[in-house]
Design a protein around this ligand. Structure first.
Ligand code: ATP
Length: 301
């Protein structure tokens, strides 16, 4: 009987990993309606990430035949580095994230994670290697402990607590009537946007992926909460490779490298200081955002 159970159990783990990836991606990019067309290659092995690098090589992609979104995009994310992808609305930032998660395959070019073409490994192993912290995380109608442990099947109570600590959730959990056993979600205790995001960070810590994909627009939160969450995210990213999809430039200025996307190609790349000095698209975006922020600050006075 046990022999029968083991594969079923494994199936459960794989299913959960894939499902969590799907749920988080859906939350991050409104993908709920996306039909998953991509299948694993027959006999595909699991992705093994020895050095967590990400490479886009001449990637051409469009959702529809006659409208190309990415026109031969190439960039490299070295292991352990923190990069940000910026660009005007509609430039293709979220598309890059969807391709990296293999919700679609490029029409030409390839994407490598840890040196392996992502089309040649299982999707479950690919999605297990990349953690995402969506802005608006989905909470299940279950305990807060369950919601954190969902990051990885079989996580122990100690691992869940360590993750909660890492995500600075302990002050909240200590205040809750039943601690980790407190019911949250629609039918339980409602958490604030910032608290939900910390749950998402804790889930990611339980999953412990070598690569992180961050959605850095935290506009739904007040500035103080935003600063706190950003500090936590930076701490969590420290010993991992991270890719931030940035909507506000102020949050990514300290990235090792910033990729500026424009009309489906890489228009510029460099550090914040280099890009400001170059006086191109990034410098222009920075100037515009600074004056917008000033206007907002003045209106608030
Ligand atoms: P934003 O900063 O506004 O989120 P973005 O840079 O993330 O924008 P994408 O969401 O990647 O931009 O979209 C790039 C282009 O692809 C847009 O023109 C968009 O309309 C188009 N697009 C996105 N999703 C689909 C889809 N499912 N089907 C067809 N076209 C799509």
């Amino acid at each position: 009987l046990m022999q029968l159970f083991r594969p079923l159990d494994m199936l459960g783990t794989v299913y959960r990993t894939v499902r969590q990836g799907l749920i988080d991606m859906a939350a991050m990019f409104g993908l709920l309606d996306t039909a998953v067309e991509v299948r694993d290659a027959p006999g595909a092995p699991a992705l093994v990430v020895r050095t967590p690098t990400v490479v886009f090589e001449n990637v051409v992609f469009g959702y529809e035949k006659d409208r190309t979104i990415l026109h031969g995009l190439s960039f490299e994310v070295p292991a352990g580095s923190h990069v940000a992808i910026v660009g005007p609305s509609g430039a293709g930032k979220s598309t890059i994230a969807r391709l990296l998660f293999r919700f679609y395959d490029p029409q030409a070019g390839r994407i490598l994670v840890g040196g392996q073409d992502i089309r040649e490994v299982t999707q479950a192993s690919l999605r297990a290697a990349i953690g995402i912290v969506p802005q608006d995380s989905v909470l299940f109608n279950d305990t807060i402990g369950y919601n954190i442990g969902y990051g990885r099947a079989g996580a122990s109570a100690e691992e869940i607590e360590a993750a909660a600590r890492g995500a600075s959730l302990m002050p909240l959990i200590e205040r809750l009537p039943a601690g980790f056993e407190t019911e949250v979600g629609e039918r339980g205790l409602k958490l604030s946007g910032g608290e939900k995001q910390r749950v998402a960070i804790a889930r990611t810590l339980v999953k412990n992926p070598p690569i992180l994909l961050l959605d850095e627009a935290t506009s739904a939160l007040d500035t103080r909460t935003e600063q706190d969450i950003l500090a936590t995210l930076h701490r969590v990213s420290e010993d991992r490779t991270s890719i931030s999809i940035a909507h506000r430039l102020s949050t990514i200025a300290d990235s090792d490298r910033i990729f500026v996307l424009h009309e489906g190609t890489l228009a510029e790349s460099g550090s914040h200081t280099e890009l400001l000095g170059a006086g191109g698209l990034y410098a222009e975006m920075w100037r515009r955002q600074a004056s917008e922020d000033d206007a907002v600050a003045q209106a608030a006075e």
